[in-house]
Ligand binder design. Structure first.
Ligand SMILES: NC(=O)c1ccc[n+]([C@@H]2O[C@H](COP(=O)([O-])OP(=O)(O)OC[C@H]3O[C@@H](n4cnc5c(N)ncnc54)[C@H](O)[C@@H]3O)[C@@H](O)[C@H]2O)c1
Length: 265
């Protein structure tokens, strides 16, 4: 086990990629606090963690709200006594849509709050504890969209690039305190976020109206990729485990594509 008895915090751990990350961390021996806005999914994942013989704490909180974040981190410290690993996973938009936000779109604030601000708030709240114990791992979830521009997903892409930049700055700031900060850039994973995105694209394109969201994802997205397959939440979770483990002790400020070669820069 690579993370035996480590304490991990995962934002948005109730479903999709976050759930995959939580379960991979638990599989390697970590106890996990799930910071989630949706209590139901968070409780389900916590039960799965407990069935694996690890401890789980559900903290219902809004990762985009500073008071809520500070309170949630305090709750984790009160319960577990420390934090070793922070995974900033939430992202997308908190305005109920994940469809196209081009330059003229009105949804930029929503993308900012969930994709970049949440990472900043959680980091601000957790870092003092990591500095005090002179150790820690922060893993940010960006996207391959943060590596390249996207006229369709301009806001998402811009703030995901911000996550890559934030990773480098934090890594430099915290290196002297024995804190590693790295980033994972996932490719395409079939989660509720992708389902919402596919629905939005179909709704805007009459030519696609007979396709289900899953069909659109398989035929128009996955089939175009170099390896011809989608990634899984576990692919991302295992990469997070690597960055959180001592195997990656010499690695900081890096952003790793986990995308089957679709974007290589
Ligand atoms: N799915 C993909 O293909 C893909 C690709 C690249 C990057 N990503 C990134 O991976 C991360 C996870 O994506 P996903 O597809 O699993 O998303 P998702 O929308 O399916 O799940 C996000 C989770 O975050 C929770 N959440 C939402 N707002 C919250 C808030 N304010 N506070 C606390 N929790 C909140 C939701 O309840 C949900 O459980 C995101 O940062 C996303 O941008 C996803």
């Amino acid at each position: 086990m690579k993370l035996k008895d480590k304490i991990a915090v995962v934002t948005g751990g109730g479903q999709g990629i976050g759930r995959g990350i939580v379960l991979c961390l638990a599989e390697e021996g970590a106890d996990v606090a799930v910071i989630e806005i949706n209590p139901e999914t968070a409780r389900k994942v916590a039960t799965e963690v407990e069935q694996m013989g690890r401890s789980a704490l559900v903290v219902v909180a809004d990762a985009t709200d500073n008071d809520s974040v500070v309170k949630s981190v305090r709750e984790v410290i009160d319960h577990f006594g420390r934090i070793d690993i922070l995974v900033n996973n939430v992202g997308g938009s908190d305005e109920g849509s994940s469809d196209s936000i081009a330059l003229g779109g009105t949804g930029w604030d929503g993308y900012y709050r969930l994709t970049l601000k949440a990472h900043v708030l959680m980091s601000q709240a957790v870092i003092p504890y990591l500095i005090e114990q002179k150790s820690g791992k922060i893993i940010n979830i960006s996207s391959e969209a943060g590596r390249v521009g996207s006229p369709l997903l301009m806001a998402y892409s811009a703030f995901k690039s911000g996550v890559i930049s934030l990773t480098k700055s934090l890594a430099l700031q915290l290196a002297g305190d024995n804190i590693n900060v790295n980033c994972v850039c996932p490719g395409v994973i079939w989660t509720p976020l992708w389902e919402r995105l596919a629905r939005g694209i179909i709704a805007m394109n009459p030519a696609l109206k007979d396709m289900s969201p899953r069909e659109f994802f398989e035929k128009r997205i996955v089939s175009q990729r170099p390896m011809g397959r989608e990634e899984t939440a576990e692919d991302i979770g295992r990469t997070v485990v690597f960055f959180a483990s001592e195997d990656a002790r010499a690695i900081t400020g890096q952003s790793l594509n986990v995308n089957g070669g679709n974007v290589m820069n």
